[in-house]
Design a protein around this ligand. Structure first.
Ligand code: PLP
Length: 589
């Protein structure tokens, strides 16, 4: 080394330089020691061992990243429980208990189904053709067990949305004319293709707004709210991905083994959002970011809460209008603006409120509105088979523009079955349900829907006021914005709300049970009247008293023990196993 250079190096700064020098020399020493160590090895063995070590390293990183993923999705507690349950002794024990439980549930559900049935179980195809009369007789026996009610006297929460047999019969008549029609064969059934488009457009007209750009609002008919939501989540995810850019480099970075999973598109939902979003997250590989709502915000999702959860991976945020559990509207406008500024999709779940809230003003009520004129709202779901008063089997999903909707379609150019395009999840679709929904909207008209909104908004206010004033043991869970009224117990130890529910069930009511916090709700429909609401309040008061006085202690029937168990078990996967056992028992005979 020349003298000039060494004086130059002497002037270099101290500690960092020293550390660097010692680090590089350690690496150099290490490498030369490795060389000495490997001197006797065959080159092929060095290559193979290196390859093996690399694979092992990637594998462990992958495994670790999966554990971290699981932990971030299910929490530390559940992860620990799962590790414990993987131990051989515990896993055997858990499996045995699970089997016992499934068997018990299976026996109970199946026994219930066939109790008092006059005709035999049809588990196999009958050998001979049965006479149609005989089949109809069997049906008479079956429907006798279903809930029926006189007009205006339904004791069901939701479920039955019609108020009159006339409307139902009218739709069945329309239905009957289109039983063979299928819009996928549009050339053979132009009638239903036209009704399909008009059904979307009539529904869109409720929320199109006055903005000139809102004229591009479009959508499609699906089989129900869940399918509308699934379609919107798929389209939104892919629309967001396309718009995000980043291309090849981002793709390469994201495929690194330890980054696997961390780049999943994220969907922000309130814990009061409908279960269909969880389904969508499972189907479409979205990471759920769940924001709890509580009494401090009146059970609403707020823009401030959403803002805290937005990351570079946030693809979609969901607002409900109103939410299924509590019947309140999230901050649609505020969250829409937030979505617009971040370039993410914002879906409005108006499955429940779509045929109510847009008519509120004309009905004389001040309620939250939502149209595509509001910035940031990219899609909506509106159920025709709820307050559109159509037979079950249709809903409408709407988009701000065709640019987003096209990501919902499946087009296949090289299928041996021909050129194929399908708009939704279904292939063949029933033309009959489309025609019936179309006919329902025409027969109602704006006038009919304004009338329905007036009836139901005043009914829900009446129910909310009466619970507040007359039911001392109960408190509202949010003030109803639409047609769902939710309440819990003011003191869960004194009055177990699930026991109240069981007592109400004995009186013929079918209310919906809520959890976190424990509660019940009533979804008011055109099948209810003021008398129904007053009867409901009177029964609630009686049942609260029964429970408060301990008249229902030791009653092991009903759902209360099940909800009690679900609330007290920290292992959510065991609760999930019980649900699976119940589902299996329902599906099998
Ligand atoms: C009913 C409902 C859905 C789902 O609708 P289905 O028709 O049952 O699939 C989604 N969101 C909300 C708020 C609902 O009330």
């Amino acid at each position: 080394m020349g003298a000039g250079l060494s004086t130059l190096l002497e002037g270099m700064p101290g500690p960092v330089w020293d550390a660097w020098v010692s680090f590089t020399s350690t690496v150099a020493n290490g490498l030369s020691r490795l060389d000495v160590h490997l001197a006797g090895e065959l080159p092929s063995s060095v290559v193979l061992k290196t390859a093996g070590a690399t694979v092992a390293l990637c594998w462990s990183l992958r495994y670790l990243s999966n554990v971290v993923d699981y932990m971030s999705e299910y929490g530390c507690l559940q992860t620990t429980l799962e590790v414990l349950k993987a131990l051989p002794i515990v896993s055997g024990l858990v499996a045995r208990e699970k089997d016992k439980l499934s068997k018990k549930i299976q026996d109970q559900v199946v026994a219930d189904r066939y109790k008092h049935s006059k005709h035999p179980k049809f588990a196999e195809l009958p050998e001979r053709q049965m006479a149609r009369k005989e089949v109809l007789n069997a049906i008479e026996d079956l429907v006798a067990k279903d809930e029926t009610s006189e007009d205006g006297k339904s004791k069901l929460s939701g479920a039955r949305y019609f108020n009159s047999e006339k409307h139902a019969n009218f739709q069945t008549e329309v239905y009957g004319k289109f039983v063979g029609a299928n819009p996928i064969h549009g050339d053979s059934f132009p009638s239903v293709v036209r009704m399909d488009a008009e059904l979307v457009s009539m529904t869109a007209s409720l929320v199109r707004g006055s903005d000139p750009s809102a004229s591009s609002v479009c959508g499609s008919v699906t089989s129900g709210g869940s399918e509308s939501i699934l379609c919107a989540m798929k389209a939104s995810r892919d629309w967001w991905r396309r718009g995000r850019g980043g291309g090849l480099l981002r793709g390469l970075l994201e495929s690194l083994p330890w980054r696997k999973g961390t780049h999943k598109p994220e969907i922000i939902i309130a814990d009061s959002a409908h279960a269909a979003y969880v389904k969508a997250a499972h189907y479409y590989g979205l990471r759920m970011v769940v924001v709890p709502v509580d009494e401090r915000t009146g059970y609403r999702l707020t823009a401030a809460a959403v803002r805290r959860k937005i990351t570079a991976n946030t693809a979609i945020v969901v607002v409900s209008a109103p939410s299924y559990p509590h019947g309140v509207c999230d901050d649609i406008e505020g969250i829409g603006k937030l979505a617009a500024s971040w370039g993410i999709a914002c879906h409005v779940d108006a499955c429940l409120g779509g045929f109510i809230l847009p008519f509120a003003r004309d009905a004389g009520f001040k309620r939250p509105g939502f149209t595509f004129s509001m910035p940031g709202l990219t899609s909506m779901s509106i159920d025709t088979h709820k307050y559109g008063l159509a037979h079950k089997g249709t809903s409408v999903v709407l988009y701000r523009s065709k640019e987003i909707r096209k990501h919902q379609f499946t087009s296949i150019t090289d299928w041996s079955g021909g050129l194929y395009i399908s708009p939704t999840m279904a292939g063949s679709r029933s033309g009959a349900v489309i025609a019936a929904a179309w006919a329902s909207l025409l027969s109602m008209g704006r006038e009919g829907f304004v009338g329905q909104a007036r009836h139901l908004l005043s009914l829900s206010e009446h129910l909310a006021r009466r619970i507040e004033s007359d039911c001392k043991d109960l408190e509202l869970l949010g003030w109803p914005d639409s047609t769902v009224v939710a309440w819990g117990s003011t003191d869960g130890k004194r009055v177990d709300i699930y026991k109240v529910n069981d007592a109400m069930t004995k009186r013929g009511w079918h209310l919906s049970a809520l959890q976190r916090p424990p509660g019940l709700h009533m979804c008011l429909t055109a099948a209810h009247s003021r008398e129904t609401v007053d009867q409901l309040v009177a029964d609630l008061m009686d049942c609260c008293e029964e429970v408060r006085k301990g008249a229902r202690e030791g009653d092991e029937e009903g759902m209360a023990p099940m909800y009690g168990m679900a609330a007290s078990l920290p292992d959510r996967n065991i609760v999930g196993d019980v649900l699976v056992a119940f589902q299996e028992a329902s599906l099998d005979c």
